[in-house]
Design a binder for this molecule. Structure first.
Ligand SMILES: [Fe+2]
Length: 303
């Protein structure tokens, strides 16, 4: 086989499905995701966990009462037809022990759970119920859950798992600390942040359109939640992004206009606001987070 043969873009998963968070105050957290973000509770678990949907799938956020805030797990949807038993075998060959969990949560009958690095647990599933509770007309009311940024002291190993096992592609890095990888047409679905901590850096919801940022900011202000950074256009990904904290100080990003990745060309679709053509994976500096070069008092890099 020729060395020059192109890699095929063929990840095992195609989207981030849900993020599970542990919270010391589930009533307060639920109020944020249900009323401020505008999600609908579709079920509660045996231990009082709350399952919240943006509008279609059974859940996109799961909240569980705990002593302190923390990242529970991340759910990724596998390509249809993936055999979960074979997947466990392949994970084993990759050096990871994984287990199949049946009826571990409402909405998903069977999933594979794996912890590629200590502190980051992934749940992989092919099917999730879609009760379609509908999109709320109140709150931020986003379109979808888009990506998650995870901080891990074992960033390189976590990134290697996403890329070498799950088939994600690398699209950009900020100083080697933030590493953007994707399993679909969006510039990033996961941002692996290599730092000495084990937590979620931020969870990102896509808004309907650029005008939605202003409405979201007004709504956040009404509810006493300051916008900490943005809205402005990022460099890596070129998404217009605004960030606020949920009541547990988990950073939430609201974004639009994310770069569209073309795996066939290993570049993002050209846009008028790109400063580089072609927009291929590159290394950005920590001082160039905002394409508009606005400086914010809040340090996103140290959040
Ligand atoms: Fe983000």
């Amino acid at each position: 086989m020729e060395e020059t043969m192109q890699r095929k873009f063929d990840p095992r998963v195609f989207q981030l499905g849900y993020v599970a968070l542990e919270t010391p105050d589930i009533v307060r957290a639920k109020d944020h995701y249900a009323e401020t973000i505008g999600m609908t509770e579709t079920a509660t678990g045996h231990e009082g966990e709350s399952y919240l949907s943006i509008g279609y799938e059974h859940h996109n956020i799961v909240l569980r009462q705990s002593d302190q805030k923390g990242l529970g797990h991340l759910g990724f949807q596998l390509n249809p037809g993936t055999d979960l038993r074979e997947l466990v075998g392949e994970l084993g060959a990759f050096g990871l022990s994984a287990q199949i969990k049946s009826d571990s949560q409402p909405g998903i009958r069977e999933l594979v759970e794996v912890e590629p690095v200590p502190g980051t647990t992934l749940q992989l599933y092919t099917d999730i119920d879609a009760p379609a509770p509908g999109f709320k007309r109140t709150g931020v009311s986003p379109l979808r859950l888009g990506h998650v940024a995870v901080i891990s002291p074992e960033g390189p190993k976590l990134k290697a798992f996403f890329m070498d096992f799950l088939g994600f592609w690398f699209t950009d890095t900020i100083a080697g600390i933030s590493n953007f990888i994707t399993c679909n047409r969006e510039h990033h679905v996961v941002n692996v942040v290599s730092m000495r901590d084990n937590r979620v850096h931020h969870i990102a919801f896509q808004l309907k359109g650029n005008a939605s940022h202003a409405m979201a900011c007004d709504l956040l202000a009404e509810r006493g939640l300051p916008v900490k950074w943005g809205p402005t256009r990022h460099t890596a990904g070129h998404n217009i992004a605004g960030y606020h904290y949920d009541p547990d100080q988990v950073l939430i990003e609201l974004y639009t206009d994310m770069d569209v990745f073309i795996p066939e060309l290993n570049m993002c679709e050209a846009r008028p606001w790109h400063g580089h053509y072609p927009m291929t994976p590159r290394e950005w500096k920590l001082t160039e987070l905002a394409a508009w070069e606005t400086e914010f008092a809040f340090s996103l890099a140290q959040a």
